[in-house]
Design a protein around this ligand. Sequence first.
Ligand code: NAD
Length: 472
Amino acid sequence: MRHYVGGGFDASGVPSPIVDPVTGRTVGAVPEASRELVDRAVAAARAALRGPWAAWSQAERSRLLHRIADGIEARFEEFTAAECSDAGKPRELASTVDIPRAVANFRFYADLAAGRSERSWQTTTPDGRGALNYTVRKPLGVVAVVSPWNLPLLLLTWKVAPALATGNTVVAKPSELTPGTACLLAEVMAEAGVPAGVFNLVHGRGPDAAGRWLTEHPGVDAVAFTGASRTGAEIMRAAAARLAPVSFELGGKNAGLVFADADLEEAVAGTLRSAFTHSGQVCLCTERVYVERPVLDAFAAALAAGAKELSGYGPMVSAAHRDKVLGHLERAVADGGEVLAGGGVPRFGDERDGGFWVEPTVLAGLPEDHPAVREEIFGPVVHLAPFDTEEEALALANAGPYGLAATVWTGDVRRAHRVAPALDVGVAWVNTWNLRDLRTPFGGVKASGIGREGGDHSLDFFSEPMNVCVKL
Ligand code: NAD
């Protein structure tokens, strides 16, 4: 594993172990960037802003993004294998979601940016000659991209693609737990003809390490971050000193509402997906489900049965994260929570017993202020509770500090349109989950984020609109 700075690969730095979550075995190492290397990466990105890249047309940048997409596709198996071994992802997930979406991110922003136009205004003036106002879009400059471990390549490219499409230069820092696909991406960038310094990659941890040094760097003009809310607060403080703009996609404690008029079979299947995809390690996963009382028992029984039958799921990303999830479960049980399914560590009788596994778990009976119901667990754990009225369902869903996503299961079209917009979240799915159209606004409210990604929102964040006024 190597850094990529100013168009050159660099393996300097203290190696930090990479552990396969499936078995708990150390399978490699990633070098920790020194502060000096971070400085060099920012300097290279700054220099590249003044280099040939500045003169590239939109069409040239879009063609480059397509070449990067082609490069990922050409090494699809390598990318899939790296994502699986770093993150413990089942191959089925990495090969159908993570890697194809990374390709799609580059293609989507290549085409969207190529087709963008800006507005102009004809302004009347007292002398009758008028003026013409038009908008020029400029890159922000050097952009830091800091990304998490749960969807390593997907979330990294979701920011890098629009940043490059709009003419910025990038210094990226992936999660120290999952650096593999970012290393491959740097190789693809080099092969695709990205000019030296336009894309830079540094590895390392967050606090008092590469993450911190990068986000507080005076040479960084903006920070795009996906990760935990408390990390967002720290990065915001670091960026505040120089008033650098931030785009944040943060944590969640997403609710699902199941109304008695829903197709219960669909609601159960959808909730199994929304709670347990990637073992609950997707920011959009449902961790609280509120069920209208008449169907609670039937829903709970079916969900618990479904959870017990799940197979092919993956482990937690690390021993520390597994311990955090199990700590929540222990406390939930100690405080009288009912375990309807799972609740423990699966036993395989093979090398996987050294890995970081947690069973898909369905809890019930905890009060709303219990940590397992209030705090983001980010694991395969969902809590069920009843509600009696639509108002109560909304109040329960909207309580708490987060506001990322929600699901609503109902057969009543009027209710769907009443309830979904009344949810305090960035995205509400009705009778589905995680159905994504890359043109739509994506992000969270409250402690779940600042700003929106997706479609024009990302292109707007990564560029500065400027007004030129010409007196005629
Ligand atoms: P994290 O905040 O611990 O780490 C994310 C990244 O930030 C890593 O690269 C890490 O090294 C870096 N970092 C950590 N501390 C830092 C600091 N002080 N300064 C600069 N950088 C720092 O998050 P994680 O554990 O990797 O990811 C899980 C979290 O991400 C969950 O809370 C999840 O909800 C959230 N997430 C949100 C979205 C979204 O779209 N809203 C998507 C995925 C994950």
